[in-house]
Design a protein around this ligand. Structure first.
Ligand code: BG6
Length: 516
């Protein structure tokens, strides 16, 4: 072998047993079908994500996109809508050639989701693509519709024999919410799994596609220094916050039947909790990772009716000041009934009853119209056992706290005690920071970019499994039921504030909510 002067010879990397066999599979030629192709999700998230994948050359060489929706329109009209959505919502300014190339692959099928004829037309489009390609194409059906259509579409796909292909893989991607209760989630799983095999089903929780959520696993399992401390002996409490400054905007129709607990805690926030609490998986294969998450969820005791007032708080935003302007309260938002008891804020105190975590409170809170948008996980360590400093010196000593900020300003910060320069031993907290933006100097992809390619690739690691989604509902369902039985009005918090005073009652002695 010729060796180029000055360059080190490459020594072959020893095979890592943890990653062996887990290489990223290439994305096979695929037709992606979006049901709900003219809806908000398709326009704001899916189409821009698909464009960005095209921009990065991350789509398969042969890729076709079919939009299915009720509105009657031609392929050309739908292409114009796609173009507008991409120009408006893509994270990068589109490259004209890439955009043109992508739009050429787009087709549109008109039809209501329960109309057999729409599926016949869709089947024909899919067959035509294959004829042109001269090879079988994988099919990925993305259900980006109102949730009531999920079982209808799945059953129609089954009936029209589009759910199976003799020579290619067929997958179905299902948006959230996956049911609005444990019973509904079970029923939906039953209906979906009557048509598709679990290995074909990709349930979306877009938080799992966020770079920073994936980084939590890297952070925990690629660094030796945290794991020995990562348990009840050293950790005092965990606080997970998903605060938003926006109100419900025009989403009253959806939100008033959903509320903060179902909208964010049942899915996104319980996933974050799992990432903090799970055991190291044997490897990062989908089943191994999801097995560990399910174990965490099953270790959380199901809240009983008697316990709920002590471990769950809900509230609604009242008028206030946000983003530099006066904003209405939830009950004054357009489309919200004036006696609505839907919570726009929810906070819980949960415990993970296992060897690693028994006794450590996990505080979760989320809300609309809070002081700012921030998603973070704060892990507070126990105080040091003895302070040898003088009275003055000890005053500024605080327990170490590790804060993982998922958005915005993604990063990790570690609170340490340090001596203030000077002749006396006086301590104060300082932060050691890692910021994604400055360390990597690159823009993180949108969660949907990662999720769409993973689903087309058949990698389910970042998707919620049937038992996982049911285990999440198992925790939230009793709270939803108890709240539905307790009459309003709900406690209020001012828009733009830190949330309701009632949230304090969840905290154990000496604990505080972090400032939002
Ligand atoms: C969605 C909820 O799942 O997540 C929305 O339905 C919420 O109500 C959104 O605003 C928050 O997502 P992100 O990525 O902005 O944190």
């Amino acid at each position: 072998m010729a060796v180029v002067a000055g360059q080190p010879t490459a020594t072959p990397e020893p095979e890592n047993p943890l990653t062996a066999g887990l290489e990223r599979l290439p994305v096979a030629p695929t037709t992606l079908v979006i049901f709900g192709a003219t809806g908000d999700l398709a326009k704001r998230k899916l189409l821009p994500a698909i464009y960005n994948l095209a921009h990065e050359g991350a789509l398969p060489e042969r890729f076709q996109l079919v939009g299915v929706s009720r509105g009657k329109k031609t392929n050309e009209e739908y292409r114009v809508e796609c173009e507008q959505a991409i120009r408006q919502f893509s994270r990068r300014t589109p490259d004209e050639d890439v955009l043109k190339g992508l739009l050429e692959q787009v087709k549109y099928v008109t039809g209501t989701f329960d109309d057999d004829a729409a599926y016949t037309a869709l089947g024909k489009v899919l067959d035509d693509f294959e004829k042109q390609a001269g090879e079988p194409l994988n099919r990925a059906f993305y259900l980006a519709t109102a949730p009531s259509f999920f079982p209808v579409i799945v059953e129609e796909l089954g009936r029209s024999e589009l759910a199976r292909h003799e020579h290619a893989d067929v997958r179905v991607i299902i948006e959230k919410p996956f049911g609005t209760s444990l019973a509904e989630a079970r029923e939906l799983n039953r209906r979906v799994l009557a048509i598709f095999d679990e290995s074909q089903v990709f349930r979306i929780d877009h938080y799992l596609g966020k770079e920073t959520v994936q980084n939590m696993l890297a952070f925990r399992f690629a660094n030796g220094m945290f794991e020995p401390l990562w348990n009840r002996n050293y950790i005092d409490s965990v606080q997970i916050t998903a605060a938003e400054d926006i109100g419900i905007g025009t989403r009253a129709g959806f939100y008033d039947h959903t509320g903060a607990l179902r909208d964010l805690i049942q899915n996104h926030m319980l996933q974050l909790l799992c990432h903090v609490a799970m055991e190291p998986p044997v490897n990062f294969a989908a089943e191994e990772v999801r097995n560990e998450k399910v174990k965490v969820l099953l270790s959380i005791p199901e809240p009983t009716a008697v316990e709920i007032p002590d471990l769950a708080v809900r509230a609604q935003y009242a008028a206030g000041h946000a983003g530099g302007e006066d904003v209405p309260g939830y009950l004054e938002e357009p489309g919200v009934p004036e006696d609505s008891t839907t919570e726009t804020y929810a906070a819980l105190r949960l415990e993970v009853d296992n060897w690693r975590w028994a006794g450590v409170p996990f505080y979760l809170r989320t809300g609309k119209r809070l002081a700012r948008k921030i998603t973070e996980i704060a892990v507070t360590l126990k105080p040091v056992p003895h302070l040898a400093f003088s009275q003055d010196g000890s005053l500024g000593v605080q327990p170490n706290q590790l804060v993982l900020t998922l958005q915005p300003n993604e990063g990790v910060s570690l609170r340490l005690g340090a001596k203030i320069p000077g002749t006396r031993m006086i301590i104060r907290p300082v932060n050691m920071e890692f910021l994604y933006g400055t360390s990597f100097l690159s823009q993180s992809p949108e969660a949907y970019e990662r999720l769409i390619t993973d689903a087309m690739r058949g990698d389910a690691t970042l998707f919620t499994r049937n038992d996982e989604v049911e285990a999440q509902w198992r925790i939230c369902d009793p709270i939803v039921t108890a709240w539905a039985q307790t009459p309003g009005p709900l406690p209020k918090y001012e828009a733009g504030s830190q949330g309701p005073a009632e949230a304090e009652q969840l905290l154990r002695e000496g604990h505080h909510w972090r400032a939002i």
